[in-house]
Each structure stands twice: as C-alpha cells, then as structure tokens.
Design a binder for this molecule. Structure first.
Ligand code: NCD
Length: 353
C-alpha cells in the first residue's frame, strides 16, 4: 500500500502518469463518474481548510464515492485528548483512504504507521503540502507545457510556507530548473529544505529581497501568503505582513508567457487588478486541484499489495528532535525515529543529548 506524505514519495514517472490521468479526467469526466462507487474517503482536518478539503470532497464525489470526516479538531475526540494514532486507527476501519491535515509537522507519518488504508498528507504544519504541489505541477504542465528549464520565482513566506517546500522538492528534480527565492530576511527558506532539495541536487538558486527586480527573468511567479498562524509574535507578523504586494504595474516588465500562481488563500499579496491579466493562473490552479486529486485517489486505491518505499529510520538514545512543532515531541507512545541525523517525522536536524 502506498501513501503520499512527501512529494518525493512519487517518482517523476508516477507524477507524469497522474498528470496524464488528470488531463484525461478534464477531457472525459463521464468515464470516471462511477469508478469509486462504494469507496469512502475519510477527511481528517485538524486545521482549517477551504480549497484542499472541498477539492478532496469534490474529487471523491466526482468519482462516485462518498466522504466522511471532520473539519476541525474541536469537533473530534482530539478535543478529549485522543492521539493522532488512535484517531487514524479508527478512521481506517471506517474508510478506504484518508486525507489528513494537522498543525504538527510529521503527523501524517505517525498516521501512516498505524493506518490500514492509504494516507494522504493534506498539509502538516509548516512542513509539506504535497497535494498542493500536484495541483501546481498540473498547472505548470497545462500553462507552460514543460517542467525543464524553467526559472521559478517563489515569493513571500518561504520559512513557514509548506506549499513552497514541497514545490521546491518536486521541481528541483527537473533538468535546468532555477529558483529565485524572494523573501524578507526573517522568512527565508529553512536550511533543511535548502540542504535536502537544492544543495544536494545541485539545483541552481539565488536569494533576493527584491520582487520587482526579479520579475523580468521569471517563467513562473509563485506568490504566497505570510503564514500568520505560525508566528509566535503578532507584532512580528504585523511587521512582515505586507512585505510583497504584486500589482499590474509590477508586471509591466514581466515576460508575456509568465505564469502567476498562488496556492490561495491570498490576503494582500496579489492585488485584484492582476486577476484579469491573462498571466494570472491562480484560479485555474485551484480548479485543477479537483482533477489531480481524483487521479491521486484512483492511483492510491490501486496500490494495495505494493510496498511503501519510505525509509523508516532508527530509534536513538542520543538524539532528540529539535523542532518544537514536530508531532514526535507531543504524541504519546510515538517511536522517536531518526535517519542521517534528521528526525524522520519533520526532516529537521536532530540535537544530541
Ligand atoms: C495553502 C496551505 O494550506 O498551506 N493553502 C492551500 O492548501 N491551498 C496555503 C496557505 O494557507 O497559505
């Protein structure tokens, strides 16, 4: 059985196959209307969501299946102190596939360790968001026609923006991709993302604070929201919240073929005057989320009997995860596991004790 915890759980060939199925679903939706009849998707959203949860729900309903779940931790037994593992064990018995979102990093790995059905990470804290990346890849494929050789600007909250981390992991595998990482100094891409996906692959990148200066060279501009809910200080958020606001004027020096993307929700970082520009692709991007999630559900339901390729890691008496947002520090009974000096749940470097 396969899961989708991290976008790198899928090879580029598997991603190509998912994109082909999504293209076919867009062209021939009738073909797929009954293919999941009798199947149930469990949606466990311990953290707020609009697009991701509703597009998963729409995806399963469009395949003829049904959906159960909750949309905030307060309405589940988590409010009574239940662990992620116990909740997921139960829901495994009530559904055929699970999509989960959790504020703690690494929660989907803990879930997949006990689940008896495929688990999909629909966002874990500020760590990863692989199904948003599937949506992003389908958008890039449909708007740019290729992945290779693209110059990709990612702008905004690169520190806490989980969509950015997964997008960089995925795109760094394609030949000739170059990143321009645009953020305030306080919100730069974390070292664990740089080390694992850029430095180790030799993928070219530059860091900048200047959005306007970077725009002319970009093929893709991926704007992101400053992730207010991850800040420990409201004052710090207030200081950084309007760091970048894209408007029509700033696009005047951009390539005519630029693709402006955003995982949404936007707060203030793209002015509504950009919405009518033919290069604004963020609403199409949101729409594509339904089709690629249909393709993903079909793929994962088909993988019973196939081994998950994920490395499990080893327990260690001398290491502790150094990331206060990691589930491994708060979940009762969880095995603390490490691989190559990193916590396997959140990918951050572990500390020696
Ligand atoms: C993103 C998320 O939840 O990380 N939203 C989404 O899933 N489309 C981006 C965000 O919240 O800023």
């Amino acid at each position: 059985m396969r899961n989708l915890i991290d976008i790198l759980d899928f090879s580029t060939e598997e991603l190509d196959a998912l994109i082909s199925v999504a293209d076919d679903i867009i062209e021939n939706p009738d073909k797929y209307r009954e293919v999941c009849r009798g199947k149930i998707l469990g949606t466990l959203f311990f953290e707020p969501s609009t697009r991701t949860r509703l597009s998963f729900t729409s995806a399963m309903m469009s395949l003829g299946g049904q959906v159960l779940g909750f949309d905030n931790a307060g309405s589940s037994s988590v409010a009574k102190g239940e662990t992620v593992a116990d909740t997921v064990r139960m829901v495994s018995a009530y559904s055929d596939i699970i999509a989960m979102r959790h504020p703690k990093e690494g929660a989907p790995i803990a879930a997949s360790a006990v689940a008896t059905v495929p688990v999909i990470n629909a966002g874990d804290g500020g760590h990863f968001h692989p199904t948003q990346t599937l949506t992003d890849l389908l958008t890039i494929h449909r708007k740019c026609g290729r992945f290779e050789g693209l110059t990709v600007g990612v702008c905004g909250d690169l520190k806490y923006g989980r969509t950015v981390h997964s997008l960089i992991a995925a795109m760094s595998r394609y030949e000739g991709v170059r990143f321009v990482l645009i953020s305030p100094d306080e919100l730069k891409l974390p070292d664990y993302v740089k080390e694992q996906f850029l430095d180790s692959t030799g993928c070219e990148y530059t860091e900048s604070r200047d959005l306007e200066g970077a725009i002319p060279e970009l093929d893709i501009l991926y704007m992101t929201r400053i992730q207010r809910e991850r800040f420990s200080s409201e004052a710090e958020y207030e200081k950084l919240k309007d760091s970048y606001i894209l408007n029509r004027g700033k696009l005047s020096g951009a390539k005519p073929t630029l693709s402006v993307m955003h995982p949404l929700p936007r707060v203030n970082e793209i002015d509504v005057d950009v919405d009518d520009d033919p290069r604004a692709h963020y609403f199409d991007q949101a729409a594509y989320g339904r089709y690629i999630r249909m393709a993903l559900i079909l793929f994962l339901l088909d993988t019973k009997g196939i081994d998950d390729k994920r490395q499990i890691g080893e327990e260690s008496d001398s290491l502790v995860c150094d990331n206060p947002h990691c589930l491994s520090l708060s979940e009762r009974g969880i095995k603390k596991l490490f691989s190559g000096g990193r916590c396997i749940y959140c990918d951050q470097r572990a500390r020696r004790i």
